[in-house]
Design a binder for this molecule. Structure first.
Ligand code: NAP
Ligand code: ZN
Length: 352
């Protein structure tokens, strides 16, 4: 494979800057993809700035990006499911050991030898894997997803992480039709959570710190919006929720949300703040409540989610940016000023 243009960070304090990276030659099982769009996930920012150093330290240079949609350019001799020209996606995973219990149970994200799309050991080229802030990528066929042709590629890209990360826990929780479901934080994940919860028939309430997002939340499908900094609005809903999906990327008080749950209610964390969140035992005991977590989804479930989105016309609400605006986009993401996902147009490399 020829070298490909990318944006990388040289250290935890460096901005992302133009770079050239190597992609491997296509093996028998590989699919080569020209990337059209890549969504900008808050996990990209956490990784670039080494905020998760305690759990998964960052190796530099770092090329983030795991919300990839592109077109197949070539396939290896043993590839049966894809042809040049196909519209495809790549999410957070590019390989696993194919032999452990997690792989056998279609939860490859928990495989002890999972290879993540960026910042994972790269067994083909050495060093670490490089993600989707680049023009092309080469991926094992079993980690390539089919993107329904009716979906706009820029808006479909965020489905590969924000989509599956919210779809999976909502599906696993059970039948949410008619249930009262809260979504905390209206960012990339949160706005997809609203769309899926609504599509599955829940009564959806958004908790936001941004009063200005109220109208958007209603337009996205929320039945009600609570400004979480207003104790009166919070108190009015105490004890009434069946399920809450918490997408917040920074420190916040989850006991306030435990207080929103009714009997046997559950709050599932998908947001990944770097610091521990204190949980009050009493907030759990009274009402037999539970806190759990969820990490993206397996490959089969990701395909199921994409097919569901194809059938229901669901994509992310995106602001398309050229790759040269990526550092500005990170600063806006930190200010909760994303409506509601940045999607990088890789055609912008041509203006380099
Ligand atoms: P995002 O677009 O930046 O959205 C996060 C939202 O959280 C913000 O829009 C804001 O919503 C709210 N928020 C931010 N700071 C806050 C604070 N200090 N207090 C209260 N609310 C705050 O981020 P994202 O891409 O959706 O990702 C969210 C988190 O999920 C990140 O930590 C990311 O790493 C993690 N993640 C996890 C998985 C997984 O598999 N579990 C997958 C992808 C991402 P309002 O303006 O509405 O308050
Ligand atoms: Zn992500």
């Amino acid at each position: 494979m020829p070298d490909t243009r990318a944006f990388s960070a040289a250290s935890a304090t460096s901005p992302l800057a133009p770079d050239t990276i190597r992609r491997r030659d296509v093996t028998d099982r590989d699919v080569a993809i020209d990337i059209l769009f890549c969504g900008v996930c808050h996990s990209d920012l956490h990784t670039v700035r080494d905020e998760w150093a305690e759990f998964m330290p960052t190796t530099y240079p770092c090329v983030p990006g795991h919300e990839i949609v592109g077109r197949v350019t070539s396939v290896g001799a043993a590839v049966s499911g894809f042809n040049p020209g196909d519209l495809v996606g790549v999410g957070c995973l590019v390989d696993s050991d194919h032999s452990c219990g997690s792989c056998a149970n279609d939860v490859e994200q928990f495989c002890p030898n999972a290879t993540f799309t960026y910042n994972s050991p790269d067994e083909h080229l050495g060093g670490v894997t490089f993600g989707g802030y680049s023009e092309s990528i080469v991926v094992d066929e079993s980690f390539v997803l089919r993107v329904p042709d009716n979906l706009d590629p820029a808006g479909a890209a965020p489905l590969l992480c924000a989509g599956i990360t919210t779809y999976s826990p909502i599906r696993r929780w059970g039948n949410i039709e008619g249930k009262k479901v809260g979504v905390v934080g209206l960012g990339g994940l949160g706005h997809m959570g609203v769309k899926f919860a609504k599509a599955f028939g829940a009564e959806v309430v958004v908790f936001t710190t941004s009063e200005g997002k109220k109208q958007d939340a209603l337009r996205l499908g929320a039945d009600e919006v609570i400004v979480s900094t207003d104790p009166e609005q919070m108190q009015a809903h105490a004890g009434t929720f069946d399920f809450i999906l918490d997408t917040v990327s920074a420190d916040h008080d989850i006991n306030a949300y435990l207080n929103m749950l009714g009997l046997d209610g559950n709050i599932t964390l998908v947001g990944a703040p770097d610091k521990p969140l204190p949980v009050s035992a009493f907030a759990l005991l009274f009402g037999r409540k539970s806190v759990s977590g969820s990490l993206i989804g397996g490959i089969a479930e990701t395909q199921e989610m994409l097919d569901f989105c194809g059938e229901h016309g669901i994509i992310a609400d995106v602001e398309i940016i050229p790759i040269q605006k990526i550092n500005e986009a990170y600063e806006r993401m930190l200010k909760s000023d994303v409506k509601y996902r940045f999607s990088i147009d890789m055609a912008s490399f041509e203006t380099e």
